[in-house]
Design a protein around this ligand. Sequence first.
Ligand code: BJW
Ligand code: ZN
Length: 249
Amino acid sequence: MILSERFQQVLVEAKSVCVLTGAGVSAESGVPTFRGNEGLWSKFKPEELANFDAFIKNPKLVWEWYAYRRRVIGEVQPNPAHAALVDMESLFQDFTLVTQNVDNLHTRAGSKHVIELHGNIERSYCINCRRPSNEQITEENIPPRCSQCGGLIRPDVVWFGELLPQDQFMRAEAAAERCDLFLCVGTSAVVYPAASLPLTALEHGAYVVEINAEYTDLSSRVQETLLGKAGIILPQLVHHLKMAHTGGL
Ligand code: BJW
Ligand code: ZN
């Protein structure tokens, strides 16, 4: 991959970097993305399953989706895109990793500080008493019930129409506002307010680079789109940075 002169300069000189990741970052691990897939659950739009009304109407169906995804996630490993983002944490003075993913793969790869905007699929809680649940959830015992009060257990993720964890979102916004370089990786950038973060970075003068397997609605607004797989491109950026730091460039 050939990086533009301008991007090479920004990459090497950046002091503050913010990265927003989406499902495309985990695609090479074998985790299906939300939009434009084939397969078992592709007949449902995420809007149809990832909302509270759908859960109350059919908790078994929604839990079947989550139980399937929990199983897939448990069987896969972080990929070179996750690993490159672990490396980046130590290559910049100020580095913020923000993810929309609930799969915990950034943390499993070794990233130390991850802002999880849409929750984490490994956690769940009771919709009645709000206690975190540690019930064993398998594809056989769904929908799970709270051992304390009998209420329905739900995954600790953010569904459509629900507020994002405000402390996490405020930290993400602050990072987008102060960064010199913003990388938007493997996201269709259609789900708000996460999709506002690259726009916030642009408004505050950051250089915004999208890394995606295809063009998105964001592509026409950012300085550059690098088309390709995150698991190929991100390690190349890290290689470039390490060469620059050791004087090899
Ligand atoms: C690769 C690759 C490879 C593949 N390498 N790339 C402002 C404007 C318009 C609408 C709204 C707005 N504000 C709020 C809304 C409503 C709504 C919304 O945004 N709707 C839009 C769809 C129109 N937002 C909300 O409801 C949010 N809440 C909110 O705003 O609260 C305030 C409020 C409250 C009450 C009333 C009113 C307002 C909450 C959004 C929660 C989203 N939740 C989900 C589910 C999480 C749990 C779970 O995982 O089950 O989050 S939906 C789903 O989409 C999930 C994802 O995090 C999210 C984003 O998806 P992502 O990551 O972009 O995946 P894909 O599949 O779309 O894209 C993958 C990309 O990767 C593709 O581009 C591929 O090309 C690429 N790719 N392989 C690189 N190897
Ligand atoms: Zn309960």
